[in-house]
Design a protein around this ligand. Structure first.
Ligand SMILES: [Zn+2]
Length: 268
């Protein structure tokens, strides 16, 4: 990991290489109130390294790039409200608050990048991602998220503390950090198969464990082929239930069921 302000020492002080207080590692979210789009994060990083007054962040994103400015245990000069710089971590989206929209692809790309950076930070520090909630001034005490303008409302309104779509922007960033759990793969129960035969019919059917459909095995060879193919594919074949009537057809265990039971399973 390289840090922009360590590689490009700033013209005037933009950080302390330590923290004066125990950090909560809550995350302050900012907008630069300047240009947006590709290249704007790098231009902002260069501006910070050259400016003559204090004003810096731990990370800057635009739609295409994430620039990490200093290590997480450094203090940046990001908020003039008391206590925040020493306790919290700061990320800036390159752009103007007024240009943000939850439906705009540039905004969405920046929020995805910010979410990745915050997720990496909190994962590194062992902070649960369930802290991706908007907590305002409680950021001094615990991990969470806040807009700069929320804790310094007298002269700041970034990143989106007064934005008409604040709630949706809040949700977008929270979801970008604490990604929704992916859908669970089917349980083995759902992929299991079994063979059945209605008691008054010679027809053998392949059915799923949930009995949502059945497929007629048109010959003993088809039955053997299906059994072999399923086994080769790692799909378990359920034996007939214990105590039920069953028979062995061409080496395959088949569950003999009542006709109404078989009729209730749609033929596929
Ligand atoms: Zn700010």
């Amino acid at each position: 990991m390289s840090y922009y302000l360590l590689d490009h020492p700033p013209a005037s002080p933009q950080f302390y290489p330590s923290r004066n207080s125990t950090p909560s590692y809550a995350v302050g979210v900012h907008t630069s109130e300047g240009p947006t789009g590709p290249g704007s994060a790098r231009n902002l990083a260069r501006f910070i390294s050259q400016r003559s007054d204090p004003g810096s962040y731990h990370a800057i994103v635009d739609s295409e790039e994430t620039i990490v400015m200093v290590p997480p245990d450094y203090t940046t000069f990001s908020v003039s409200a008391s206590g925040y710089n020493s306790r919290t971590w700061h990320i800036c989206l390159a752009g103007r608050s007024a240009d943000l929209s939850p439906d705009d692809s540039n905004t969405q790309a920046m929020i995805v990048r910010a979410g990745e950076a915050i997720r990496a930070l909190w994962t590194l520090l062992g902070i649960p991602l369930s802290n991706a909630q908007w907590i305002g001034t409680d950021a001094l005490n615990r991990a969470g998220l806040f807009c700069h303008g929320t804790v310094q409302p007298w002269d700041r309104s970034d990143a989106w503390s007064t934005h008409p779509d604040q709630a949706r922007l809040n949700e977008l960033l929270a979801n970008a950090i604490n990604l929704p759990t992916p859908p669970t793969p089917p349980t083995s129960e759902e992929i299991m198969r079994r063979f059945i035969r209605p008691q008054s019919s010679p027809n053998v059917y392949l059915t799923d464990a949930g009995l949502l459909g059945k497929v007629h095995m048109k010959s003993e060879q088809a039955l053997k082929d299906a059994s072999w193919t399923l086994t080769q594919s790692g799909i378990p074949i359920l034996p007939p239930p214990a105590g039920s009537k069953s028979e062995n057809i061409a080496g395959v265990a088949v569950w003999v069921v009542s006709d109404p039971f078989a009729d209730a399973i749609p033929t596929l």
